[in-house]
Ligand binder design. Structure first.
Ligand SMILES: NC(=O)c1ccc[n+]([C@@H]2O[C@H](COP(=O)([O-])OP(=O)(O)OC[C@H]3O[C@@H](n4cnc5c(N)ncnc54)[C@H](O)[C@@H]3O)[C@@H](O)[C@H]2O)c1
Length: 437
């Protein structure tokens, strides 16, 4: 087998051209555009401002040549998109997943913008990704991918212009490699270039569980608005990764009954409530929830249709669409994942009277504690776990109240209210700053 040098590989890389057409039907970007259009309609903005709010500010498509452990060379596609930087640096995760493509990254970056607006952070929205299935690569290979990707997008990132965090398929170790690669290039240690990094290199206490803790806070707040206590509530969670796994733990700690969970390999169910602690050990040993002894097997599709109080889709985009939304029997859908409900799915859920607590609010706890981590790294002064937990709870409750109050006042869904708040905060910054030149 012949091998290429990195330079040859980079030159040969078939980097996909930017997609300029309309987003694919049912895609994350189509959903994101529909949500923005609804908010623009509510706010009465003109076409020019609508286009400004829709178009990403900057994008990079990069070839990421990888020398595999067996000596061959492979070239991966990498992306970084800054959707908006009017309120501060771009902020958003880095995703490693085989389906990563530019339009998905654009949608995720746009959602980050509105999310930072909803929780009132001084950030714009960004997102990055590499089309790779991380489970098929060794740790050394993933390190090389991460370092090469980081050096390719170096002109875009930095603690003052674009700050990465973990997303699907990446973790604290990935962030440590990004931070090290960036710091080596600059000549000194710059922890604030990423968040979600290990504590030993300037991470924040509470970051690992922040998204899930925030999700449980807003679930409790939404239930309380309907006079329902969290304790005793039945919960089904799709996805048992960083978001879904910790959410299951925290729901159980707070007295809710987690009756079903799933991952990409399948799902499990126990109507009496899963023993989440033991399940965590099982996942630690086997890598999946499948095969847990104290539960029955179910499919991901069956999980979405379970008769539970709360359904928390916490894995991937687009799972609640025109086919599956009609089967949902939960009273609340709380979106741990980004974009789990398509625009068509949203309409069906609204017709059924299901309350959807949208992603830009429900999973914003992660970026809130990322913000705390960035503030701490910039000050080189670290807070206690209790300070972080209290500040997170306070932010999530305030954001929920802002969204729920607007929804009630203007007869909007929680999603329309949340996106409207996010869009309005960004548009106000555009208008006050003015258009250069
Ligand atoms: N990690 C964060 O702090 C954070 C913050 C906000 C939003 N999110 C969003 O939450 C979602 C999950 O992210 P994560 O960080 O937990 O990722 P992760 O990689 O840690 O976990 C993903 C989980 O989803 C499962 N999964 C993947 N494909 C699936 C499929 N087709 N069907 C069912 N399950 C599947 C995986 O098996 C795994 O259990 C993503 O949409 C991400 O953008 C994450």
């Amino acid at each position: 087998m012949t091998t290429m040098s990195a330079t040859e590989a980079a030159e040969a890389a078939p980097v996909a051209p930017p997609s300029t057409g309309a987003p694919a039907k049912g895609s994350a970007l189509e959903t994101a555009h529909a949500q923005l259009a609804a908010a623009v309609g509510i706010l009465g903005y003109d076409d020019g401002l609508h286009t400004m709010l829709r178009m990403p500010r900057r994008e990079m498509h990069v070839a990421v040549p990888l020398r595999r452990d067996n000596g061959t060379t492979e070239v991966l596609h990498g992306f970084r998109v800054q959707h908006n930087v009017s309120l501060g640096p771009g902020k958003g995760g880095l995703r490693y997943h085989p389906d990563v493509e530019i339009d998905e990254v654009r949608a995720l970056a746009m959602w980050m913008t509105w999310k930072c607006g909803v929780v009132n952070l001084p950030y714009g929205g960004a997102k990055g990704g590499v089309a790779i299935d991380p489970r098929q690569y060794s740790k050394g290979e993933l390190e090389r991918v991460t370092r090469r990707y980081t050096s390719e997008i170096m002109p875009m990132i930095g603690p003052d212009n674009d700050i990465m965090a973990p997303d699907m398929g990446t973790d604290a170790q990935t962030m440590a490699w990004v931070m090290d690669t960036y710091s080596v290039a600059k000549g000194y240690t710059i922890p604030a270039v990423v968040t979600g990094k290990p504590l030993a290199v300037g991470g924040s206490l509470g970051r690992g569980t922040a998204t899930s803790a925030g999700l449980v806070h807003v679930t409790a707040a939404a239930l309380a608005d309907a006079g329902v206590p969290l304790e005793g509530t039945t919960v089904a969670i799709q996805g048992f990764g960083k978001v879904g796994g910790h959410a299951a733990e925290i729901f159980a700690e707070r007295g809710a009954k987690v009756v079903a969970v799933s991952d990409q390999y399948g799902g499990i169910r126990n109507d009496g409530g899963l023993d989440v602690k033991r399940l965590m050990e099982h996942v630690g040993q086997t890598g999946s929830v499948v095969g847990f002894d104290d539960a029955d097997a179910i499919s991901n599709t069956e999980l979405l249709a379970l008769d539970v109080d709360v359904l928390a889709p916490s894995a991937i985009e687009g799972v609640l669409d025109e086919h599956t939304s009609g089967t949902v029997r939960a009273r609340w859908v709380v979106e741990g994942a980004n974009g789990p409900t398509t625009a068509a799915g949203d309409t069906i859920l609204a017709e059924k009277g299901v309350t959807v607590v949208p992603d830009v609010l429900a999973n914003a706890g992660g970026v809130v504690v990322s913000y705390f981590e960035w503030v701490q790294a910039n000050q080189t002064y670290w807070w206690t776990e209790q300070e972080i937990a209290e500040k997170l709870e306070d932010r999530m409750h305030r954001a929920y109240r802002d969204v729920a109050d607007l929804a009630r006042r203007e007869h909007l869904s929680l999603r329309d209210a949340a996106i409207t708040i996010g869009v309005q905060r960004v548009a106000e910054a555009h208008q006050i700053r003015g258009l250069y030149p």
